[in-house]
Design a protein around this ligand. Structure first.
Ligand code: PRX
Length: 635
């Protein structure tokens, strides 16, 4: 074991090695940070100037319609102009953009030149099939190169994509298609997961039946499993890509900086999932800048973000930021522990991955198998590593640092959200690290931990995490529901104009931020964000259930596990069979990630006099803790 098991300075801090600092883009965080918050607009304008614009912006930031902020107004760009087109004019043209490996071991690679061809072809297919600028195209796919090609093709023609994670099931997909009024669905027959084909098209068929807005469904053949194809609605990707409509030359649509690039749904406390809207201009600038400085990307690097493209982590840091920076992206279809728990380490060795980014849940999961699986592989190509999605416990942090990073690779614990578009609180490679802390705000950002009145709490005290400023990558609104956007994020600290993150946190004496977790009814199950409302409505859609309440309980592996309390309709009684059936029902409606670990039956739920379920009380009961103040309880 290494000399640095306790921290390489003995004071709990981990300092980067000289070589890391030497090559880092940013060597002095403090001075640039100060400058970036003093002259925020200048800072972002300078970063934006590094990108290509068809027409430069008139205004960097427009706050005339608070809280509907705009960035780079008057500017004309398209994320594709930066992620693909401009690379075709440089040496990057023949560099690998994507290295993909399927779970069964099949491989495909795309240079920037080849990626442009595929994206252009598919963009032309979409146009020929009637897709237009302004459409929202739903994408529901496994981790295959076509998911990236489809996303990029949408962006190229100025249509917004709405990617629905491939692990979601019927109702989750149907709800998102309906909310976006999508006419187009792009999917696949399935993908491979733990040696078995998944059945995406079947789920898509049922979702299309429930949400009949889809006119055209394009399916990639991946697994070769038989699928139902409806005349005039269903088309095979490979058929269309083989037709003359799929010309390899397609001009990129010159979008306004504020035109929507994508919608991404995320769970809220109540009601249906929120479709957050991200734009071409500000999002490009923000993701490109954060990626470059935090992961210190250089031309020769091979980057692997082992998330699914269907989540914000994948959108920002598998697809857009790496491509804008001209990086080589690794994409792997399968699970980390199939067929053996060395699958990821094997890939790092095989492809010489330099920077690796994953979630605490994955680290904890792999840690269980011990170091020997990682020790079988040469991981010396790694230079930097990252963590995202939930707080990383110091034990997992240290294992990651020692066993995977061999005490050489700083861990970038990046705190951010679907809403923020990119990293908000994060170390840089030069930042002294404290295991478990996301450290300090990224350039341009000021964060605070406040009480309910908006007053900053003393160091070490828990409170609400807020962002005091605005930033180019922020979501602009919630699709079709601007009031909810105001209500959810800006109402609470309206006077101060703080963005409410929904997380509780502490800040220590050194200004390091320690995230504690969500302080609303949002759960983080294996890093996946799930709202109590979704799980409850899935349960209630079962014929036996009349009412349900879902809460997250702490779990040492998954972060949270789901605990559901249900009230049955007359004529039904609790049994193990019913419990299993309800779990399966949630799988079918939302997806296996939302399956409750526990279901308990009751005759009544603790509610306030206004009828709100007191999940706090349920949680205390489930954990055998004191139920706290019950004065608002109805009975
Ligand atoms: O609670 C925080 C947690 O994930 C939430 C955002 O979830 P989502 O929108 O799905 O985005 C996840 C990927 C960016 C946050 O409100 N979270 C995210 N990153 C961290 C984190 N908690 C602690 N540490 C992190 N690094």
């Amino acid at each position: 074991m290494s000399k640095k098991t306790k921290s390489n300075a003995g004071n709990g801090m981990y300092y980067p090695e000289e070589s890391v600092v030497k090559r880092a883009h940013i060597k002095d965080y403090d001075s640039l940070y100060k400058e970036s918050i003093t002259n925020r607009e200048e800072f972002w304008a300078k970063e934006a100037e590094k990108l290509f614009w068809y027409k430069k912006w008139d205004k960097v930031m427009d706050d005339s319609k608070r809280p509907f902020f705009k960035w780079f107004t008057g500017g004309k760009t398209n994320v594709i102009a930066n992620a693909i087109d401009r690379h075709l004019e440089s040496e990057t043209k023949n560099k690998l953009a994507i290295i993909w490996e399927g779970e069964p071991g099949d491989k495909r690679t795309f240079s920037y030149f080849a990626l442009n061809r595929e994206v252009s072809k598919f963009a032309n297919v979409l146009k020929a099939m009637g897709a237009n600028k302004g459409d929202i195209i739903t994408i529901y796919m496994p981790q295959i190169p076509e998911i990236l090609i489809a996303m990029l093709a949408c962006a190229k023609i100025g249509a917004a994509h709405s990617v629905v994670y491939g692990g979601f099931s019927v109702e989750a997909l149907a709800e998102r298609i309906a909310d976006a009024h999508s006419r187009f669905l792009i999917t696949a027959d399935g993908g491979f997961r733990r040696g078995k084909p998944t059945n995406l098209k079947k789920i898509a068929d049922e979702a299309m039946r429930r949400s009949p807005t889809i006119d055209i469904c394009i399916t990639v053949k991946r697994t070769g499993e038989e699928c139902y194809m409806e005349n005039d609605r269903d088309f095979w990707w490979h058929d269309l890509m083989g037709m003359p409509i799929a010309s390899p030359v397609c001009p990129t649509e010159k979008t306004d900086a504020e035109d929507p690039l994508f919608i991404l749904y995320t769970s809220g406390t109540t009601g249906k999932p929120k479709g957050l809207v991200h734009t071409h201009g500000g999002y490009s600038v923000y993701t490109a800048t954060t990626f470059k400085y935090v992961f210190d990307i250089k031309p020769a690097d091979r980057w692997w973000c082992a998330a699914d493209p269907g989540w914000i982590t994948g959108h920002s840091y598998i697809v857009y930021a790496p491509l804008i920076n001209g990086a080589t992206i690794m994409l792997y279809e399968g699970a980390p522990n199939h067929p053996y728990p060395n699958r990821w380490w094997q890939i790092i060795e095989k492809y010489g991955i330099n920077i690796f980014y994953t979630s605490p849940t994955a680290i904890r999961g792999l840690m269980r198998y011990g170091a020997s699986w990682a020790d079988k592989h040469d991981l010396s190509s790694l230079r930097l590593m990252g963590s995202v999605g939930e707080p990383i416990n110091p034990e997992a942090w240290k294992w990651y640092y020692e066993v995977i990073g061999k005490n050489r690779c700083p861990i970038m614990d990046t705190w951010w959200q679907t809403e923020t578009g990119g990293f908000m609180i994060t170390p840089l490679p030069v930042t002294p690290l404290k295991p478990g802390s996301a450290t300090k705000p990224f350039f341009g950002n000021e964060v605070a931990v406040v009480d309910d009145s908006g007053k900053e709490v003393p160091a070490g005290t828990e409170g609400n995490l807020v962002i005091k400023n605005i930033w180019p990558g922020m979501a602009r609104t919630i699709l079709g529901d601007p009031d909810r956007y105001v209500e959810k994020y800006w109402k609470r600290y309206e006077e101060q104009c703080y963005y409410l993150t929904g997380d509780s946190a502490k800040m220590d004496e050194d200004g390091y931020v320690w995230i504690i977790g969500r302080n609303d009814d949002v759960m983080k199950v294996s890093g996946y964000r799930l709202g109590s409302a979704e799980i409850e409505s899935a349960l209630v859609s079962h014929p036996a259930v009349t009412e349900a309440a879902a809460i997250g309980l702490p779990d040492s592996l998954k972060g949270n596990i789901i605990h559901a309390t249900v009230i049955l309709k007359d004529g039904f009684s609790a049994s193990d069979e019913l419990t299993n059936e309800l779990k399966k029902h949630v799988d079918n409606e939302i997806g296996p990630i939302a399956r409750p670990a526990f279901i308990v039956y009751t005759d009544s739920l603790p509610k306030t006099r206004s009828g709100k379920i007191m999940r706090r009380v349920l949680k205390a009961r489930a954990l055998g803790q004191d139920e706290g103040d019950l004065s608002t309880l109805d009975e």
